[in-house]
Design a binder for this molecule. Structure first.
Ligand code: PMP
Length: 288
């Protein structure tokens, strides 16, 4: 049976899930999205993801044509119709179809799309041995140009950095902000461990307010590990004991090399390991 995709209140077969080429989401990247996961039949941090979607929409002056409760129900319904328990969920809201020209007033009917699919993770070996990443020359969007807090359909900033990573043989790339400080990776937030304390850039570094990031901060705190949100330099990563990334798809993944230089002793560290395992239990509703 074909996967069903939710578009504007209807379920259509994956092959028939189409929207207009005049949609400003396609023409101008005008829209917002979310990436969510469900584990063992339960959507992880549903409220946080739905809230972030509505905040992103608000920030771009887009009114989503349904309530947050209706959105949450539509997500559950899409999972149910596809018989998914463990899934990756992609919510997309486009500005809708309209005539050519940037003005959003040219559009009608924002499109709400919900795709549920199987999750594709980084290969297991990277969780065991750690990722090697590079520092991209592409800096993260200046918050006054397009705030990284908006999960918009215009992800070219991150894609440009991702291409640099890929060309260097890496699966992720570090992005600095307009002041030269550490921001985040192309699709993940970044953390280091130094002398038993976890450090991560604060939201005002110009980063996405990652939902996994916050979950990991809460988790570490509950495990008695101190977390500091602060301004970070690339130097802090190069001289860290451990480094790891967080994201909905990646969960908690260790980084053992930056720009060809080992981080700490170049092995996956104990705190990264502990948090990965605790996170895996938490998302499945097991006690940590
Ligand atoms: N930063 C960026 C740029 C992202 O796109 C994402 C989501 N893929 C993240 C961080 C991680 O956010 P979350 O934990 O909410 O998935």
């Amino acid at each position: 049976m074909s996967l069903k995709v939710y578009i504007g209140g209807k379920f259509v077969d994956k092959e028939d899930a189409k929207i207009s080429v005049y949609d400003h989401g396609l023409l101008y990247g005008d829209g917002v999205f979310e990436g969510i996961r469900s584990y063992a039949g339960k959507v992880f941090r549903m409220k946080e993801h739905v809230d972030r979607l509505y905040e992103s929409a608000r920030a771009i002056h887009l009114v989503i044509p349904m309530t947050r409760d209706e959105m949450a129900r539509a997500i559950e319904d899409t999972l149910a119709i596809n018989n998914f328990t463990d899934a990756y969920i992609r919510l997309v809201v486009t500005r809708g179809a309209g005539s050519l020209g940037l003005d959003p007033r040219r559009t009608t009917d924002p499109q709400v799309i919900i795709i549920t699919d199987s999750i594709s993770l980084y290969p297991e070996e990277y969780y065991e041995n750690g990722l090697a990443i590079i520092t991209a020359g592409t800096i993260r969007n200046h918050p006054a140009a397009l705030s990284p807090r908006i999960k918009s359909l215009n992800y070219l900033n991150n894609i440009m950095a991702k291409i640099e990573g890929t060309n260097a043989g890496c699966l992720e790339a570090l992005m600095l902000n307009h002041s030269g400080y550490v921001a985040e990776c192309t699709g993940d937030n970044i953390f280091i461990v130094k002398k038993g304390v976890i450090h991560t850039p604060s939201i005002d570094a110009g980063i996405l307010d990652g939902i996994t990031r916050q979950a990991v901060i809460d988790l570490a705190t509950s495990l008695g590990i101190a977390v500091v949100e602060r301004t970070m330099e690339r130097h802090d990563i190069l001289t860290a004991d451990e480094c790891f990334l967080t994201g909905t798809a990646a969960e908690v993944i260790p980084v053992t090399k930056l720009d060809g230089r080992p981080i700490g002793d170049g092995e996956v560290g104990p705190i990264s390991r502990k948090l990965r395992s605790a996170y895996g239990k938490m998302v499945r509703g097991e006690t940590v």
